[in-house]
Design a binder for this molecule. Sequence first.
Ligand code: ZN
Length: 280
Amino acid sequence: MRTLSPADCAINTATLGFQAPIGEVIEAVARAGFGAIAPWRREVESHDVAAIARHIRDAGLAVPGYCRSTYIPAADKAGFAANVEANRRAIADAGVLGAKSFVMVVGGLPAGSKDIAAARAQVAEATGLLLRHAKSCGVRLALEPLHPVYAADRSCLSLLSEAIDMCETVEGAAADPWLGLCLDVYHLWWDPNLARDIARAWGRILGFHVCDWLVPTADVLNDRGMMGDGVIDVPRIRAMVEEAGFAGFTEVEIFSAQNWWKRPMDETLAVCAERLASAT
Ligand code: ZN
């Protein structure tokens, strides 16, 4: 397996804690030698999307993914339709940004609901509705299963096997290259069937997110670790992901309110580059 250089890798802007405007973040990521950037909607919406896209291109950066979907499951039909519509607008922005994929963090249970099967059915229905629009925008949909600790509030899609099943359900008879998966080591590392399911995901992997699981973890949302600082065998998972046909950017995505978000961007980026080479 090759040693990763920054040019092979992307920085998900959440890693830098949203401490500066997107223009400064683009410059910092390019200056550190990375090949790609994955921005969030909070940095893009209500700004000039075409100008941001131009800035990213001029900085020589690719955009592997745009984060992330509006949660889909809703308590009623009007809410569901509004969530689908919000995602249509975001997918159009992803197209303007030149993003290869739109990252689908699908949402959990609607308020007051205890019906997770119904939530999953809404996700499948919405994914089908959004897929045609995504194609027309030149953007792939990447379903990102999340650790089951988030099943109630962030993602009723937990297992990689479930995400693959959902792709197959939405596609019908033949695999659709516009629909795929985003694999994040934080969400999947513990799964005893991980090797089997990554192999099953062959050709479908559109994004690969890396960080580490700290022991102890103070906060499962915002206490992610830098690669090498926790218990995830990140190189082993990267090997499986690349064996399954993934040849895109390895993307660093670290939510770390008490540590990395408090450091200057250039320092965090330098450590990312070092750990991508030594611990990823
Ligand atoms: Zn992720």
